[in-house]
Design a binder for this molecule. Structure first.
Ligand SMILES: *[C@@H]1O[C@H](CO)[C@@H](O)[C@H](O)[C@H]1NC(C)=O
Ligand SMILES: *[C@@H]1O[C@H](CO)[C@@H](O)[C@H](O)[C@H]1NC(C)=O
Ligand SMILES: *[C@@H]1O[C@H](CO)[C@@H](O)[C@H](O)[C@H]1NC(C)=O
Ligand SMILES: *[C@@H]1O[C@H](CO)[C@@H](O)[C@H](O)[C@H]1NC(C)=O
Length: 283
């Protein structure tokens, strides 16, 4: 983990700051993408607005099905925020995660950043000084994959991609913009979800990025990983396969594996953080 971070840092020196902030500060913290130079000052009106925004977001989301978009303050110090739970978790897990997204915590993870995405296992928080609502954000992203199970073969990977593609179409048509599905025999379980400020077209576009940009194979270094978690700025994809597990354990429980994340003994994540992944974006 440390050496992986270091080698990424050597390749992308501008990422060092972000990587240094990867230490978990709450039980379920996963990763963060913080604006490195666009900073607010201590005691500024923007800081005041942001602190209130994060508090309002938490309270609004707990009564709004685990999702909220809000803004706080007036131009030019307005703060915009979005918070969302991943749908495969229970309401209790969702609320516990939302409760952890405090402004104090955010200021420790992304000190004085005006724009940030902070991923937790069960939810994520995004904020900015610019209005980003309804815009597809798949350039901010983070991925991790199952490094314990052996990779799956090309035909299986093709099936996974097809499965997720179908699931993406389904999710974009639903009010909650989420779909979770597992095969009856437990060979695959997958979960996809978009932030609910997107249009159905925007949702599909965000999820399609994984397929169009070949992020599945990029994430795992050209391996067909048996399980993966791709978290974007406004959507996410997770999948877990059991082609390898089924021979050793017939009592596979996909949901448990999928939701257990880093807690499950079956998962060991190798983490790669990309903030400037698109060739079109300056490194
Ligand atoms: C919230 O943070 C606390 C303290 O860091 C941690 O024990 C708890 O597990 C976190 N919540 C979730 C849902 O993980
Ligand atoms: C801003 O406040 C933080 C903590 O309150 C402190 O660590 C930091 O040095 C302050 N920065 C400036 C520029 O005053
Ligand atoms: C995806 O959907 C198509 C069309 O409904 C179907 O034929 C195909 O079997 C589905 N693929 C998977 C992997 O579920
Ligand atoms: C199979 O999986 C179940 C559920 O995860 C676990 O309780 C059991 O110990 C496993 N069996 C073997 C032989 O690994």
């Amino acid at each position: 983990m440390l050496s992986a971070s270091l080698s990424v840092a050597l390749l992308f020196p501008h990422l060092v700051l972000t990587l240094l902030q990867l230490q978990p500060s709450a039980g379920n913290f996963v990763s963060s993408i913080c604006s490195p130079t666009d900073k607010y000052t201590n005691g500024s009106t923007f800081e005041f607005n942001l602190v209130h925004l994060i508090d309002y977001l938490y309270r609004d989301a707990t009564t709004n099905g685990g999702f909220s978009t809000l803004s706080s303050g007036n131009w030019p110090d307005e703060a915009y925020g979005l918070i969302m739970c991943y749908d495969e978790y229970t309401v209790e897990d969702c609320i516990s995660c939302l409760r952890n997204t405090t402004s104090l915590e955010a200021s420790e993870i992304c000190p004085r950043s005006k724009t940030a995405v902070i991923y937790y296992d069960q939810c994520f928080l995004r904020y900015s000084d610019k209005n980003f609502f309804s815009q597809v954000n798949s350039h901010d992203h983070y991925c991790s994959y199952d490094t314990i199970s052996p990779p799956i073969d090309d035909a299986s990977m093709k099936f996974v991609i097809n499965f997720i593609s179908n699931l993406s179409a389904e999710a974009s048509q639903k009010p909650r913009m989420a779909a979770l599905k597992m095969m009856v025999k437990g060979t695959i379980s997958a979960s996809v979800q978009c932030t609910r400020d997107l249009t159905p077209q925007g949702c599909r576009k965000c999820l399609q990025r994984a397929i169009d940009n070949d992020d599945f194979s990029r994430c795992s270094g050209n391996m067909n990983a048996a399980g993966m978690r791709l978290l974007y700025g406004s959507c996410y994809i997770k999948y877990e396969t059991s082609w390898n597990l089924i021979s050793i354990n017939n009592s596979f429980q996909p949901k448990q594996y999928l939701t257990a994340g880093r807690v499950s003994s079956g998962w060991l994540y190798s983490t790669i953080q990309w903030t400037s992944f698109d060739p079109s974006r300056p490194i």
